[in-house]
Design a protein around this ligand. Structure first.
Ligand code: SF4
Length: 264
């Protein structure tokens, strides 16, 4: 039982009844629940756009892998209509059985029938997989957990794709000043990406869109977190290009990093 006035997130069922009952608007609901059919109706309203542009639907978040059955149900219908699907993930998820590099076929057969997570992932065309910090202790310091599970999942998904059993994996590095953008970190992540046989990476420059949420929650601004400068993005891109990786910004390939538009 939680203390009066303390919101116990473990016990909250997100029914939002308290928001409806609150007469002073002290509680506010962000986002809204949508049934699978309502969401599909909304998405299919854009059908002609998907078909003409060759685009598709990306499940983002938060972390969409937390809702595997819901995402799988939506994705299944989209794919029946010929629409591409992708998912963005931080890579923190648990397969309920251990992947076997020796027998990916057998693992996929078993997993497909028993794991909602894998059923969902196998319905995706692309997994946009974030790799943040190579050093496990630093990863724990900044993200709250070590990176071993994330790197295991990354290797597993790439191996499954290579065995023809799973979605394509596109690694991405969120570039956060003074956290992920050091040459040591970028080189180590480049090495991880190359070790699984991939040769491209997307750089996702830090933005401070979360600042409005901080304001709303009355959390102090983090003045040391400024958007990346053009120079910093250029350096990161050049380093990864020199490691033999094709380098992208979201949606476009970096050929000459100095020409990219960067928030400054
Ligand atoms: S009323 Fe519902 S949303 Fe509000 S705290 Fe209780 S369980 Fe959570």
């Amino acid at each position: 039982m939680s203390r009066p006035g303390v919101w116990d997130t473990d016990q909250c069922t997100l029914c939002f009844e308290c928001v409806k009952q609150c007469h002073t608007d002290a509680l506010v609901q962000f986002g809204e629940r949508q049934s699978i059919s309502t969401l599909l109706d909304d998405l299919m309203g854009e059908y002609s756009l998907y078909r003409t542009s060759g685009g598709g639907v990306t499940f983002s978040g938060g972390e969409a892998t937390l809702f595997p059955k819901y995402v799988a149900a939506v994705s299944k219908q989209l794919k029946l209509s010929g629409i591409h699907t992708a998912i963005e993930t931080c890579g923190v998820f648990k397969f309920s059985s251990r992947f076997s590099f020796e027998a990916p076929d057998a693992w996929a057969r078993e997993a497909l029938s028993s794991q909602p997570l894998w059923q969902m992932l196998s319905l995706m065309d692309i997994v946009l997989f974030d790799l943040k910090i190579s050093d496990s202790e630093q990863h724990k310091r900044h993200c709250g957990a070590t990176n071993s599970e994330i790197h295991d999942n990354f290797r597993t998904l790439v191996a499954l794709h290579k065995a023809g059993k799973g979605p394509e994996v596109w690694p991405r590095i969120p570039l956060i000043p003074h956290v992920t953008d050091s040459p040591e970190n970028l080189l180590a992540l480049a090495s991880l990406i190359k070790s699984v046989g991939l040769n491209s990476v997307t750089l996702v420059p830090f933005h401070n869109l979360g600042e409005s949420k901080r304001e709303w929650l009355k959390i102090p601004h983090r003045t040391h977190e400024e958007p990346l400068t053009r120079e910093a993005l250029g350096e990161a891109g050049r380093l990864l290009l020199s490691e033999g990786l094709t380098c992208f910004l979201p949606g476009e390939e970096i050929r000459d990093v100095d020409d990219q538009k960067v928030q400054s």
